[in-house]
Write a protein that binds this ligand. Structure first.
Ligand code: LMR
Length: 397
C-alpha cells in the first residue's frame, strides 16, 4: 500500500529541533523553535503554574470529558484577557470562545469554520509569516495569497506595501494578522498604523483573522491586545486564535483558544454550534490539565499577580538579551544589527541568508530557521558570546 509514498521534507521549524536533538556537539544552541528558555537553558516551570498544580493535586478530580468547546472557566478567562475585563462585546454575548489544542488547533478550527461559513476561499497572510500558516489554511481548503509586510533592506515594516496589497484583495477575503510580536520578523504595527489597517479592512469588507500567540511578550498584556480591542470597537465580525504556550510556558499542554466575534448573541450561539461540530469531528473535545492550570491561575487574584510578574520578567529578559546581542555584535564589528533591538517578541529576523544560517549550523552547531529567523529567547548570558562570535564570523563572510 505504501510502496510509492514520497518522503516530504521535514517541518522547517520543528524539523530543526529534531536535527538539534540528534547533534552530538556539546556547544550546540537551538535558536530555531520559538521557546523561551531561562538563564540555565531550561524551559521555565512558572511559579504560578507550579502552585496551582500543587493545589489541584491535593484536590485531585476525576477526569471526565470536557465539553466539546472546553472548560468554561478557561474560555471565560481567555475572553477577558483578549477583549478586556470590561468589554461591551462580552457583556452583549457577542464572543464565543472554545478551548483548542494549542494556537495551531485554533487556527485550523477557525480556518475550517470560515471556509464553511464565508463566501470566499482566499486568505491573505503576511510575507513572510509563521511557516505553518500557509499549510494550515491550505489544508482547510483556502487559496493562500501574500500581502507585502517586511522591507528586508530596512529591517522593518513596509507599511505602504501592506496597505497597497490589502486594497487589492477581493471583498470578503480573510486577512490573517499577527496582533503583536510578529512571527517571524518581530516587526509590528504602531497603534496609529493599526487604526489605518482596521479602517481599511472595514471599508473594503475584509474579514480579520487575528493570531495572538505572544500576548505579554512585547509591551504588556493589555498593550499587546491593542489590535483586538480596536477591532472589537469597530462593529465588525472577526476571529481570534490565541495561545498560552509561551505566556504560561505550557508548550506541551497545548492550551489555545478560538474566539469568534459575531454581530449579536444569537449569531454567536449559532456560530458556536458550528465550531463545536468541527471540533467534534477532529478531536471530539480538548484535554483537561492545561486548561485547569490556566483557568486556576487567571481566576485567582494572587496567582494571577504572580503570573503577571513572571511574564514581565520574561519580557524584560528578552529585551536585555536583544540589547546584549546588539552590543556584542557591535563590539565585534559585525555590522549594524541595531534593528534587533527595535523588533518585538521572541524573534528576530536577523537578515542572515540561508547560506549563513547553514554555516552557523555546520560550523558552530547553532540552529536557526532557514529564513534567518532566530529565537532571541533562547539566548542566555552563557551562550551570548558564543552566538555573537559565530554570527559575526558568518556575517563578515
Ligand atoms: C515557532 O514559530 O517556532 C513556534 O510557534 C512553534 C511552532 O509550532 O512552530
Amino acid at each position: 500500500f505504501f510502496a510509492n509514498v514520497e518522503q516530504v521534507p521535514g517541518d522547517p521549524i520543528l524539523g530543526l529541533t529534531e536535527a538539534y536533538n540528534a547533534d552530538a556537539r556539546p556547544n550546540k544552541v537551538n535558536l530555531g523553535v520559538g521557546i523561551y528558555y531561562d538563564e540555565n537553558g531550561r524551559i521555565p516551570l512558572l511559579r504560578a503554574v507550579y502552585q496551582i498544580e500543587q493545589q489541584l493535586a491535593l484536590d485531585a478530580k476525576p477526569r471526565g470529558y470536557l465539553p466539546i468547546d472546553g472548560l468554561a472557566a478557561y474560555d471565560q478567562a481567555t475572553q477577558k484577557l483578549l477583549f478586556g475585563e470590561q468589554s461591551p462585546l462580552l457583556e452583549a454575548g457577542r464572543v464565543s470562545t472554545s478551548q483548542t489544542i494549542g494556537g495551531s488547533g485554533a487556527l485550523r478550527v477557525g480556518a475550517d469554520l470560515l471556509i464553511k461559513l464565508l463566501d470566499t476561499r482566499t486568505v491573505a497572510i503576511s510575507n513572510p509569516s509563521w511557516e505553518n500558516h500557509r499549510a494550515v489554511f491550505g489544508a482547510a481548503g483556502f487559496d493562500v495569497v501574500d500581502y507585502t509586510y517586511f522591507d528586508a533592506a530596512r529591517h522593518g515594516l513596509d507599511f505602504e506595501g501592506m496597505l497597497a496589497d490589502l486594497r487589492k484583495l477581493e471583498r470578503g477575503s480573510v486577512v490573517l494578522l499577527h496582533a503583536c510580536c510578529h512571527n517571524p520578523t518581530g516587526a509590528d504595527l504602531t497603534q496609529e498604523q493599526w487604526r489605518v489597517v482596521a479602517e481599511l479592512l472595514k471599508e473594503r469588507g475584509l474579514f480579520p483573522f487575528v493570531d495572538i500567540a505572544y500576548q505579554g511578550f512585547d509591551k504588556g498584556i493589555e498593550e499587546d491586545a491593542y489590535a483586538i480591542r480596536l477591532l472589537a470597537g469597530m462593529d465588525m465580525d472577526f476571529v481570534v486564535a490565541s495561545s498560552y504556550s509561551k505566556s504560561f510556558s505550557l508548550y506541551g499542554e497545548r492550551v489555545g483558544a478560538l474566539s469568534v466575534v459575531s454581530a449579536d448573541a444569537k449569531q454567536a450561539k449559532a456560530v458556536q454550534s458550528q465550531v463545536k461540530r468541527i471540533i467534534r469531528t477532529i478531536y471530539s473535545s480538548p484535554s483537561t490539565h492545561g486548561a485547569a492550570l490556566v483557568a486556576g491561575v487567571l481566576n485567582s487574584p494572587e496567582l494571577r499577580q504572580t503570573w503577571e510578574q513572571e511574564l514581565t520578567e520574561m519580557r524584560e529578559r528578552i529585551h536585555a538579551l536583544r540589547a546584549g546581542l546588539v552590543g556584542k555584535l557591535n563590539a565585534l564589528g559585525a555590522g549594524d544589527f541595531s534593528f534587533i533591538e527595535r523588533q518585538a517578541g521572541m524573534f528576530s529576523y536577523s537578515g542572515l541568508s540561508r547560506a549563513q544560517v547553514d554555516r552557523l549550523r555546520d560550523e558552530f552547531a547553532i540552529y536557526a530557521v532557514g529564513t534567518g529567523r532566530i529565537c532571541v529567547a533562547a539566548l542566555s548570558q552563557k551562550n551570548l558570546d558564543y552566538v555573537a562570535n559565530a554570527v559575526a564570523t558568518v556575517a563578515r563572510g
